[in-house]
Design a protein around this ligand. Structure first.
Ligand code: 13P
Length: 290
């Protein structure tokens, strides 16, 4: 299956009242685990690559090449979107598209609204020429996303009227409004703004994206989906599953040295984590639509 944009999968998710998982790539093993988890669950999947991971994984062409080669090698048949997560500039979005990404997020949420709208509009105009889907953020989602740290004092809930302006003036395909979710581990009880989420969904008509999908109680995930969330981003929970498996193996086998000995159990742990999320999001069996 060739890579696709997020548009069809998110429209189908909205109609079917489930959410598609975005799982972030950290390395080869994450990519293998996520693709195999989605295939086993017969679920569409979004592979997210955050800007900080581009140099770590050898650059955009290397990442796109690895994803395409693994899809062919494993005979993956479920729809897969390759998505730039939190692209902070027009340039990085265009570079990702050029490398073969089928979806981009432009995150200019740290700028004043007018600037956010302008950059998002430019990215969307270029992306749509090539059939690439665009996500944009408004308000500020706090926590740690790889090397990007936004502390709680900077966090802001998205304002519905601002969301409508952003959507109308840019033509984006889905929207990530900050509504109290946090990247990385939660400190204390998460407080998601569900009423506002439903209001923004009704006013914009777009599929919504929930960032910081790790560590949220199952009930909150289901409520977010009921309020119009069609895409949920997860990274930290998969990283914890991976690292716990490696730590356990090395504690039990202190003289081991072949990386496969600990990376194979780590990969299996990531796959199990991804499969559990896909099931929780109601996305299992949705590869062919509803
Ligand atoms: P978590 O790492 O908290 O799951 O968040 C991932 C995310 O939102 C990526 O954009």
């Amino acid at each position: 299956m060739t890579l696709v944009s997020m548009n069809d999968m998110l429209e189908q998710a909205l109609a079917g009242h489930y959410a598609v998982g975005q799982f972030n790539l950290n390395n080869l093993e994450f990519t293998q685990a996520i693709l195999q988890g989605a295939q086993a669950e017969q679920a569409p999947v979004i592979l997210g690559v955050s800007e900080a991971y581009i140099p770590y994984m050898g650059g955009l062409p290397c990442i796109a090449g690895m994803v395409k080669a693994l899809i062919a090698h494993y005979g993956i048949t479920v729809p897969v979107a390759l998505h730039l997560d939190h692209g902070t500039s027009y340039d990085v979005c265009i570079q990702a598209i050029h490398a073969g990404f089928t979806s981009v997020m432009i995150d200019a949420s740290h700028h004043p609204l007018a600037h956010n709208i302008e950059v998002t509009r430019q990215v969307t105009q270029a992306a749509h020429v090539l059939g690439v889907s665009v996500e944009s953020e408004i308000g500020r989602i706090t926590g740690r996303e790889d090397d990007l740290v936004v502390d709680e004092a900077e966090g802001m809930y998205a304002v519905p009227e601002d969301c409508v302006r952003l959507v109308r003036e840019t033509g984006i395909d889905c929207l990530a409004p900050a509504l109290g979710s946090v990247h990385g581990p939660y400190r204390g009880q998460p407080k998601l703004g569900f009423e506002r989420m439903a209001e923004i969904r009704a006013m914009t008509g777009l599929p919504l994206v929930l960032h910081g999908g790790s560590g949220l109680p199952d009930g909150e995930i289901r409520q977010a989906i009921a309020c119009g969330t069609a895409k949920i981003n997860v990274n930290t929970d998969n990283q914890i599953a991976c690292t716990t498996a490696i730590r356990t193996f090395l504690n039990e086998h202190p003289t081991a040295y072949d990386p496969r000995n600990y990376l194979i159990p780590a990969r299996e742990a990531i796959t199990a984590s991804v499969r559990a999320k896909i099931q929780l999001f109601g996305c299992a069996g949705k590869a062919g639509g509803n």
